[in-house]
Design a protein around this ligand. Structure first.
Ligand code: SF4
Ligand code: SF4
Ligand code: SF4
Length: 508
C-alpha cells in the first residue's frame, strides 16, 4: 500500500498528517458538540502521554490532539473508547455534526436543536464517499454559521422542531452560502431530506463533489425535486446525547474561555474540565471559534472561577474581541504561512488598543482551502502562493492539471499554462509536479474583510494579497482602529462607503 493511500485512509478515520515528519493529529468526535468533564480530561491526558500536551479546538466543534506518532493511534482509540468517545472523520465522509445549544440553555433558541442532532447522529456511520457536513442552529442568529459551514443546514424557525432546510454551504477554494430548499419542515422531514440528499449523491455524485457542486452542475430546481421527495415517509431512530439539560437555565450564564488560535495546554483543559464539573453542568461545549465554553454557571461564582482558572493562566473571554481562531496553519502540510505567529501578534495589538467588542471576529487559514473561518470574519487571513511554470523543465505530463481543483491549468502544446484569472494560489501544482517545473513566484498573506454570519451572512472580500506578516499586521491595526472609533462591524462600514474607499482607508 502506498504512503498516499495510507494517508487518505487515515484521514477518513480522523487521523490527519501534519507538516512535521512522522506526526499526526487525532480528531476527537464530540456528541452534539459537547464532551463531559471526564471525557475531556481523558483527551487532555492522552495529549500529555502521546502528544506534546496541547489541544486544538476546531471549527468542526471538536478537540484535536496534535503531534501524535502513528504507532500510538490504536492506544489512543482504546483509551478514548473507555470513556465512550470515538474519532471524528476527515476527507470524503460524514463529519462531526455541528449543533449550537439546546433551548434550556440558550434563551434565543426556538427549538431544541439537540433533539434533531441526536436523530442525525445515525448518519455519522453512513458509508457515503462525499465530504458531507451537517449543522443545526436553534434560531436564525445561527451562532455556528451552519448555512456556510455545512452542506446540509437546518435553522429552527418554529416551535417544537420546525426548521428551514438549506443545501450547498461550504468554505474552501470556492465558498458558497447554502440555498434554502424547504421550510418550515418537521424534524422527521429534516431526516428524510438528509436521506434523499444521500441517495442523490450516491446515484449522481461525481468523485469529490459536494452539495454546492451538484447544485451548480444539475441546477437548484433539479436538486430540490430530489431532496424533497417523499417527505413524511421515514423510520426515525436516534442516538441519545448524554449532555441534556432538562430545566431551563436562563438565570445562568455560559462561560466563554479564551483560547487564542484555538489552542490550550492539557493542564489548562483539565482546569476547565474541573470548573465545568464543580460550577457548571459537568460538560464543555465546543464552538466554531475555537473557544471551549462552560454552560450552566451562576453569575455569582464568576470571580471565584476566574481565580481558579488563573492558576493555569486560563482567561475568561470577557474582554477584547471574540476568540481569535485559526486552522492548523503552521502545523499543516498545506500551510503557506504561520497563522499562529501572526494571530498571537494580532492578539497583543488588540490588548494594547483596549478595543472591546465581542462581536468582532478574526480568523486565519494557512492556505486558500480555508479550514478556518476567514471568510466569515470581520478580518480574515489566507496563505497564498503564486505558481510560475518553468517551460524548459515542463514535460507536459498533465499531473498538475489533474491536481488543480479549480481547473486553472491547461496543457497547451505539451506545456502547462496557468490561467491567473482562475488560480486560487493554493500551491497544489507546485507540490504535485514530479520534475519541479512549477515554482513559487511569490508567497504571502491574503487579507479579507467584512465577513459575517447569522441573519446578515456575507462572505468577506479580498482587500490585499501577498503581504508579509508585518504588512498584514499593520493593515489589521488600521482595521481595528476604525472598528474602535465606530464600534461597528467592518461589513457595515464596507456597505456604507464601498469596498474601494474602505481599502483606501485601511491600506494607507
Ligand atoms: S486551511 Fe490549509 S493550512 Fe489550514 S488546515 Fe486547511 S489545508 Fe491546512
Ligand atoms: S506536472 Fe510539471 S511537468 Fe507535468 S505538466 Fe505540470 S508543470 Fe509540466
Ligand atoms: S494553478 Fe496551482 S496554485 Fe493555482 S489553483 Fe491550480 S493548483 Fe492551485
Amino acid at each position: 500500500m502506498s504512503d498516499k493511500i495510507n494517508v487518505e485512509e487515515l484521514k477518513r478515520g480522523g487521523v490527519v498528517k501534519l507538516k512535521e515528519k512522522g506526526l499526526f493529529s487525532v480528531w476527537v468526535k464530540t456528541y452534539c458538540a459537547n464532551l463531559n468533564s471526564k471525557q475531556l480530561k481523558k483527551v487532555a491526558e492522552l495529549s500529555e502521554k502521546y502528544g506534546r500536551g496541547i489541544i486544538l479546538f476546531s471549527t468542526r466543534q471538536i478537540p484535536i490532539i496534535p503531534f501524535v506518532k502513528l504507532e500510538d493511534i490504536d492506544a489512543i482509540k482504546r483509551e478514548l473508547k473507555k470513556v465512550e468517545v470515538g474519532l471524528d472523520r476527515c476527507g470524503p465522509r460524514i463529519r462531526n455534526i455541528n449543533v449550537c445549544y439546546e433551548d434550556s440553555i440558550c434563551k434565543d433558541a426556538i427549538s431544541n436543536s439537540l433533539l434533531l442532532g441526536e436523530k442525525l447522529e445515525k448518519y455519522f456511520d453512513d458509508p457515503i464517499l462525499h465530504k458531507t457536513k451537517i449543522g443545526i442552529s436553534g434560531c436564525s442568529r445561527d451562532c455556528i454559521a451552519a448555512r456556510v459551514l455545512n452542506d446540509l443546514c437546518f435553522i429552527s424557525v418554529g416551535k417544537n422542531g420546525l426548521y428551514d432546510a438549506y443545501l450547498g454551504g461550504k468554505l474552501g477554494l470556492k465558498p458558497f452560502i447554502g440555498l434554502k430548499m424547504a421550510g418550515p419542515i418537521s424534524e422527521d422531514n429534516c431526516i428524510k431530506f438528509v436521506d434523499n440528499y444521500f441517495n442523490l449523491m450516491k446515484r449522481e455524485g461525481k468523485d469529490k463533489e459536494r452539495s454546492a457542486d451538484i447544485i451548480n452542475r444539475l441546477g437548484k430546481e433539479a436538486v430540490q425535486k430530489d431532496v424533497l421527495k417523499d417527505l413524511d415517509k421515514i423510520d426515525i431512530s436516534k442516538i441519545k446525547c448524554s449532555t441534556h439539560v432538562e430545566d431551563k437555565q436562563f438565570d445562568k450564564v455560559i462561560l466563554k474561555i479564551k483560547a487564542t488560535c484555538g489552542e490550550l495546554t492539557a493542564k489548562q483543559v483539565k482546569n476547565i474540565s474541573d470548573v465545568a464539573e464543580k460550577y457548571g453542568n459537568g460538560f464543555i461545549h465546543f464552538t466554531i471559534y475555537g473557544s471551549p465554553e462552560v454552560p450552566g454557571i451562576d453569575k455569582n461564582n464568576i470571580e471565584k472561577i476566574r481565580l481558579e482558572l488563573l492558576k493555569e493562566n486560563v482567561e475568561i473571554l470577557d474582554k477584547g474581541i471574540d476568540n481569535i481562531q485559526t486552522c492548523f496553519g503552521g502545523y499543516c502540510v498545506k500551510g503557506v504561512f504561520d497563522t499562529q505567529s501572526l494571530l498571537k501578534k494580532v492578539d497583543r495589538s488588540i490588548g494594547e488598543s483596549g478595543l472591546k467588542n465581542q462581536d468582532i471576529k478574526i480568523s486565519a487559514s494557512g492556505c486558500p482551502s480555508s479550514c478556518g473561518i476567514s471568510y466569515l470574519s470581520d478580518i480574515g487571513f489566507l496563505g497564498v502562493v503564486e505558481p510560475v511554470i518553468d517551460e524548459g523543465k515542463c514535460s507536459g505530463c498533465g499531473i498538475c492539471e489533474k491536481n488543480c481543483k479549480v481547473k486553472a491549468i491547461k496543457i497547451i502544446n505539451k506545456i502547462a499554462f496557468v490561467d491567473k484569472t482562475k488560480c486560487s494560489y493554493c500551491g497544489e501544482c507546485i507540490k504535485s509536479c514530479p520534475v519541479d517545473a512549477v515554482q513559487a513566484k511569490r508567497a504571502g498573506i491574503k487579507m479579507l474583510a467584512g465577513g459575517a454570519y447569522g441573519k446578515e451572512t456575507a462572505l468577506a472580500e479580498p482587500i490585499a494579497e501577498f503581504l508579509s506578516e508585518e504588512k498584514a499586521l499593520n493593515i489589521t491595526k488600521n482595521c481595528l482602529q476604525i472598528i474602535k472609533e465606530r464600534n461597528i462591524k467592518l461589513r457595515t462600514i464596507i456597505n456604507e462607503v464601498g469596498l474601494d474607499k474602505f481599502k483606501k482607508m485601511v491600506l494607507k
